[in-house]
Design a binder for this molecule. Structure first.
Ligand SMILES: [Zn+2]
Length: 132
């Protein structure tokens, strides 16, 4: 097993992949997993998510922005979703329109909403966490 620098205490013995830090007991890093009707993808680093990537997950991803519908980023062990301010269709988290960065947790649902019809949601993606 190899090792990397611990994100908490900075020691070089943090196991990669998986496992707690031997010095400070920091938990293993988790990857973010998004699952739609076509498949799933897991993310380990900051990613600009646009329609090309989303089409691998959902048959309704053509409604997403080509360049960036939203951004996903990781701060220590927490994952965040940041909506793109220029997206034509809104990004929804658990049915609520996202206006700012929001922390993601297991079981959350990401969707696209229509500005014309606020009750309509497409491209449902389920959020999961997997050990790196
Ligand atoms: Zn540590």
């Amino acid at each position: 097993m190899s090792s990397m620098d611990c994100p908490n205490c900075g020691c070089s013995r943090y196991p990669d992949p998986g496992g707690h830090c031997p010095d400070c007991n920091y938990p293993p890093l988790q990857r973010l997993k998004l699952t739609g009707d076509k498949g799933s993808l897991s993310f380990g680093v900051l990613t600009r998510v646009g329609s090309a990537l989303l089409l691998r997950l959902s048959s309704e991803a053509q409604f997403a922005e080509r360049e960036e519908q939203f951004l996903i980023s990781c701060n220590n062990s927490d994952w965040f979703i940041v909506p793109s301010p220029s997206a034509r269709n809104q990004t929804l988290l658990n049915g609520a329109i996202l206006t700012a960065a929001n922390c993601l947790k297991e079981g959350d649902m990401i969707a696209l909403g229509s500005r014309a019809d606020s009750t309509r949601q497409v491209m449902l993606l389920q959020v999961g966490m997997v050990n790196a």
